[in-house]
Design a protein around this ligand. Structure first.
Ligand code: HEC
Ligand code: HEC
Ligand code: HEC
Length: 132
């Protein structure tokens, strides 16, 4: 390919990248982004869990999880275990084949890349209780 054409493509890529970056950074500022849970997953031979907080937050009220199901509002603070989930606690309260798909779908939850640590991917700014 002639050099001028390659430059042309690079320029085009740069122009396209700007709006894409803007969209991505706006999305990562969305409330609580994704939560990575990896207290034991990788140690126990499965991939880290990626919990899409935003996805759930727009479907349920905060109190469903943070009051009724007892999830403390701090990333990494909850000792979530697979045994508990299978018993219908934590994620298992909904991922039971009725409210949402079952725990047999390991890969849908254990979808993180090896090495991802417990924490938030993307923005973690919250408006704080009472302000959302
Ligand atoms: C379907 C369940 C669910 C709903 C609904 C939900 N959350 Fe969460 N939230 C979680 C889980 C799970 C975590 C991660 C806990 C952990 O890592 O142990 C979390 C984490 C958080 C955190 C911690 C963020 C940080 O920086 O440490 C805050 C704050 C929070 N949620 C606020 C809210 C608010 C406000 C709402 C309602 C607008 C809400 N959540 C709705 C499940 C939920
Ligand atoms: C609805 C989401 C979800 C599904 C589906 C799921 N897991 Fe988990 N799993 C979790 C969460 C959350 C944890 C706690 C993550 C952490 O902190 O490491 C966990 C932890 C684990 C652990 C770490 C040790 C322990 O017992 O807590 C293993 C091993 C595990 N899961 C295996 C599986 C297997 C195998 C499947 C499929 C049969 C599965 N998981 C399906 C959410 C899920
Ligand atoms: C209050 C109920 C509730 C709780 C608690 C809950 N989920 Fe969900 N989750 C849902 C529903 C409903 C869906 C949508 C199911 C569907 O589309 O069929 C969903 C979907 C998902 C998805 C797929 C998101 C997508 O983009 O399609 C993942 C991943 C997931 N949940 C992980 C988790 C993990 C991990 C936990 C525990 C930390 C958890 N969920 C706790 C109700 C819940």
């Amino acid at each position: 390919m002639p050099v001028c054409k390659i430059r042309h493509i690079r320029l085009l890529a740069a122009v396209l990248a700007v709006p894409i970056l803007v969209i991505v950074s706006l999305q990562t500022q969305a409330e609580y982004a994704d939560v990575v849970l990896n207290r034991n997953s990788e140690k126990e031979g499965v991939r880290p869990v990626v919990y899409p907080h935003w996805f759930h937050r727009i479907r349920f009220q905060c109190r469903v999880c943070h009051t009724e199901l007892g999830f403390e509002m701090r990333v990494g603070a909850n000792k979530v275990t697979m045994e508990g989930i299978i018993d219908g606690k934590f994620c298992g309260a909904c991922h039971d084949g009725e409210t949402a798909w079952t725990v047999e779908n390991c890969d849908l939850c254990h979808s993180g890349l090896p090495g991802m640590e417990t924490g938030i991917t993307g923005g973690h700014k919250t408006l704080g209780p009472g302000n959302w």
